[in-house]
Write a protein that binds this ligand. Structure first.
Ligand SMILES: Cc1ncc(COP(=O)(O)O)c(C=O)c1O
Length: 457
């Protein structure tokens, strides 16, 4: 059969609320044109993030009831530890309340002034945690990954040559670890090939630098390897995922993505001293090492989710349904990062709205219009999220002005997505009339979460 259907039945439903155009215009104004400041009850289709928004399975809910809430030595922790260890092969498994808590602990220990961290592309919280420690974050995305319209199988790959030059220039002592983010969220949700992971590992090993995986979307990445990389078509996704982890010395994970849960994360490392230091910090900031900021029930749900996410029927549906939205967008003339990534479609706002310059935030214009027209919430990934100011106050923009429509896992059906396409078609017909925005209030770090905007006339 050509039709790839949702590999589940719906047992429990949550109503969504319809609003009028006038109501949405008022909501936008009250939220200072920042989607993060809109109340979720005013959103019809919420594509703000795929993080923590998954629908859990009946087995995960059963696990929630079965969670062992003992403070120390909980049975649920040992199940969680076994599942994560079997998957990653890593020695020390340290639960945290979400991904950034794992990052905070890791970079508090290995970061600090003078240290430099390379990554294919740091996700915003990863970069913030590196910088918060006093260290500097550097991105080494391959050249193809920087061209939104160019097609490529593994546009999330790291530029291995540039990495080696960087290591030679800075010296091993300044680089406590190298990281690869799979899939590459900020680079368009694009996968990283096994070959690239292996090549990066070889360079890191040559200079004695540990390699870490930001593993949030490891299963989606593994499925892309199965689909696209020679030699992997006949391997199970679990085997592929295990091979990915076999090259690394540690990982951070936000379980809110590919563990199909609403909260949770972990840090996993091989190094005994690093693990000891991490656990010491965990006790101060998160909790005792057998729960680390989570309830026993959360650990059960993560353990179950990590098994379910590797089911190939699920991954086939997941990757196909994201590609479906991408294909429809292309058909109606919306330029997107090609090919569609694993968890989201990224609109190229620079190309869609060429009359709005980067310092007037074209991505924010798309975000606000999709909400205004159809109650769809998404997020800008461009100058709002990554813009920095030069000493003369001028905005330094990132290379791309994107808008991300992230697809929550197992939440929306094809008719929801068809509605998104219809609303987007209306946006395309009005694109010349859209105007930019200016920021009237912003925080010094991660400004996109709280910044306030005003539309330009
Ligand atoms: C690639 C990547 N790393 C890290 C994080 C941070 O995870 P969390 O939101 O659980 O703190 C995210 C979240 O979106 C992410 O996409």
């Amino acid at each position: 059969m050509k039709t790839i259907i949702e590999p589940f039945r719906i047992k429990s439903v949550e109503p969504i609320r319809f609003t009028t155009l006038a109501e949405r215009e008022q909501v936008l104004h009250q939220a200072s044109y920042n989607p993060f400041l809109i109340h979720a009850t005013d959103v019809l289709i919420d594509l703000l993030t795929d993080s923590g928004t998954s629908a859990m399975s009946s087995s995960q809910w059963a696990g929630i009831m079965d969670g062992d809430e003992s403070y120390a030595g909980s049975r649920s922790f040992f199940r969680f530890e076994r599942v994560v260890r079997e998957l990653t092969g890593l020695k020390h498994i340290i639960p945290t309340h979400q991904g950034r808590a794992a990052e905070k602990i890791l970079f508090s220990i290995v970061g600090g002034a003078g240290k430099r961290i390379p990554n294919n592309t740091h996700f915003d919280t990863t970069r913030a945690n590196v910088e918060f420690s006093g260290a500097e974050a550097f991105d080494f995305l391959n050249a193809l990954g920087k061209q939104p319209a160019a097609k490529g199988d593994f546009k999330g790959n790291m530029d291995v040559e540039a990495l080696e030059v960087f290591i030679k220039e800075n010296g091993r002592e300044r680089i406590p670890l190298c990281m690869i983010t799979v899939t590459n969220n900020s680079g368009g949700g694009q996968p990283v090939s096994m070959r690239n992971i292996r090549d990066v590992k070889a360079v890191c090993a040559k200079y004695g630098i540990p390699l870490f995986l930001d593993a949030c979307r490891f299963a989606e990445n593994a499925y892309f390897i199965k689909l696209r990389e020679p030699g992997y078509a006949d391997k199970s996704v679990r085997t592929i995922a295990r091979e990915m982890f076999s090259y690394v010395d540690g990982c951070t994970m936000s379980a809110k993505k590919d563990a199909l849960v609403n909260i949770g994360g972990f840090l996993a490392v091989n190094d005994d001293t690093l693990a000891q230091n991490a656990r010491n910090l965990l006790i101060v900031t998160e909790g005792f090492p057998t729960y680390g900021g989570l309830a026993g029930r959360d650990l059960e749900a993560i353990a179950q989710g990590l098994d379910e996410v590797l089911e190939e029927d699920y991954l086939r549906y997941r990757i196909r349904s994201v590609a479906y939205l991408g294909e429809k967008f292309t058909a109606i003339g919306i330029p997107i990062v090609q090919p569609p990534g694993g968890h989201a479609i990224y609109i190229d706002a620079k190309q869609l709205l060429p009359h709005i310059p980067a310092h007037e935030y074209p991505g924010q214009a798309v975000v606000c219009e999709l909400y205004r027209l159809g109650g769809i919430r998404c997020v800008e990934i461009g100058s709002v999220m990554f813009g920095k100011y030069a000493s003369d106050g001028k905005l330094i923009s990132p290379p791309m002005e994107l808008v991300r429509l992230a697809i929550p896992r197992r939440v929306y059906t094809q008719s929801h997505i068809d509605y998104v396409v219809e609303v987007s078609e209306e946006l395309v017909s009005k694109r010349d009339r859209l105007r930019g925005y200016r920021i009237v209030e912003e925080a010094p770090m991660l400004r996109h979460f709280t910044a306030k905007f005003e539309p330009l006339g």
